[in-house]
Design a protein around this ligand. Structure first.
Ligand code: GDP
Ligand code: IMO
Ligand code: MG
Length: 421
């Protein structure tokens, strides 16, 4: 099994690259997160945004699996399915399998997420408000409802029990909500889920591996949003790192081959929390404008900053990355100078990796300055066509982190992808 995951704060371009790599695989499987993810991919001039469904779905003959580590909101799932059906594309939704062990996001999980965030004021996480935190809390607290429970005769009792528990919890928040508004759509979503193959995905996947079928595991979010290693508490509630793929699909670590680490040629973050190289000036605005840096799930403006090598090195270490994929190099075209953070200074101390506490006021990034390029690279298809300054930028990163950059993405479309070899 190969794994593709984000090395920054999410939105690195995972959806696009999984779609590009899908022809090389038999199975594409999401292993964690839920509809907090927004994975965009583009072909034939149409952009698609997926939240719960793996990014291999537009390839007819491929098996797409929503693994046990994922959390599913039936409302959002159904609307994604309806959107795809309306496109009338030649794809086979019968090849989408859902793990019975995946947990369900209840309407009250979403309400609890919103109530919790509202109560935190300026210390809020900046959650996508999809109910992710409360659902994983119920999973680890051993209270959750799973996809497999839908098939049980006592499903409604289980739903009512958990919902009532949440309603009690909501009394401690001063928060207005309308449960009925969500419930109808939620149960319609449950009916939609029932029409798919609900499977023991860990067995299906291991059987496929034994038949020498190829699998790519698709990460959601990014390493700096990992529950253990991200900038806690400003993180999501799952393990976004490589180990999360083993737990989130039921695949043993010795079955993992390549780990594709994907990063943007600069950094973005949406939501609260520390961001060492953030640019709050017009350069940051320029990156946001040129890169269309607005959330695929929430539409929020993404915070932008320069590439951060201490952060990238930390992510590469945690994930055992074997190959790097760099996206959005085209967004840097036109800058006179491109900066790359090589270390942080906190007081008199220099850090080449992520310190325990990133949220300190006197953190100063140290930058290397590289010459920019003016050429538009969006239509380039070969490494040899790229401007010298971009090659220098790539060489600089490879030298600093000692892992090859195998793919350079120069635009959102499938075809705007250069394999460096
Ligand atoms: P994901 O969550 O990692 O799948 O990434 P998102 O889809 O949330 O955000 C990435 C955005 O950048 C999307 O709008 C993509 O269409 C777009 N994108 C992906 N790769 C490139 C690229 O190389 N250049 C440009 N300009 N846009 C890209
Ligand atoms: P993809 O898969 C970027 C961020 C939220 C917030 C924090 C916690 O598209 O890269 P949550 O809703 O999980 O409780 O929010 O994590 N976040 C993401 N940021 N891309 C994502 O997914 C994200 N999913 C969650 O903005 O800061
Ligand atoms: Mg995204």
């Amino acid at each position: 099994m190969d794994i593709l995951l984000g090395l920054q704060w999410g939105d690195e371009g995972k959806g696009k690259i999984v779609d590009v790599l899908t022809p090389d695989y038999d199975i594409i499987a999401r292993f964690q997160g839920g509809p907090n993810a927004g994975h965009s991919l583009e072909f034939n001039k149409i952009k698609h945004v997926l939240h719960s469904i793996p990014s291999g779905i537009f390839h007819k003959d491929k098996i797409n699996i929503i693994g046990n580590g994922v959390v599913i909101d039936p409302i959002i799932f159904k609307s994604e399915i309806d959107t795809i059906k309306k496109l009338n594309l030649d794809i086979d939704l019968g090849n989408l399998l859902i793990s019975k062990r995946a947990h369900l996001i209840l309407p009250t999980h979403r309400i609890l997420d919103a109530a919790s965030e509202a109560s935190k004021g300026h210390t809020k996480i900046g959650s996508t408000l999809k109910g992710i935190g409360p659902t994983y809390m119920d999973k680890t607290g051993r209270n959750g409802l799973r996809v497999g429970d839908i098939l049980r005769p006592d499903f409604l009792d289980k739903y009512n029990f958990l919902t009532n528990k949440h309603l009690e919890m909501l009394k401690s928040f001063k928060f207005d909500f309308d449960l009925a508004e969500f419930e109808k759509g939620w149960f319609e979503g449950i009916e939609s889920i029932k029409t798919f193959k609900l499977v023991d995905s860990e067995i299906v996947i291991n059987d496929y591996l034994n038949e020498n079928k190829t699998i790519i595991a698709e990460g959601a979010q990014g390493t700096m949003l990992d529950i253990d290693f991200g900038s806690y508490p400003y993180v999501t509630s799952s393990n976004t790192v490589c180990a999360g793929a083993c737990a989130g699909l039921g695949v043993a670590p010795n079955k993992v081959n390549e780990v594709f680490g994907i990063f943007k040629a600069y950094c973005t973050r949406v939501g609260s929390g520390p961001f060492p190289t953030e640019l709050t000036d017009e350069t940051g605005e320029k990156l946001r404008d040129l890169g269309h840096e607005f959330g695929a799930t929430t539409g929020r403006a993404r915070r932008c900053g320069w590439l951060d090598l201490p952060e990238l090195k930390y992510a590469i270490m945690l994930n055992g990355v074997t190959q790097l994929i760099m996206t959005k190099a085209d967004v840097l075209s036109g800058f006179d100078t491109i900066k790359v953070c090589t270390a942080y200074k906190i007081g008199n101390q220099t850090y080449k990796t992520i310190p325990y506490d990133l949220d300190v006021e006197d953190l100063q990034p140290e930058y290397a300055e590289l010459k920019g390029w003016k050429t538009d690279i969006c239509n380039m298809t070969k490494i040899s066509e790229l401007p010298k300054e971009l090659i220098d930028f790539i060489n600089f990163i490879e030298k600093e982190i000692d892992i090859p950059i195998k793919v350079v993405s120069v635009g959102p479309d499938r075809n705007q992808t250069i394999v460096k070899g």
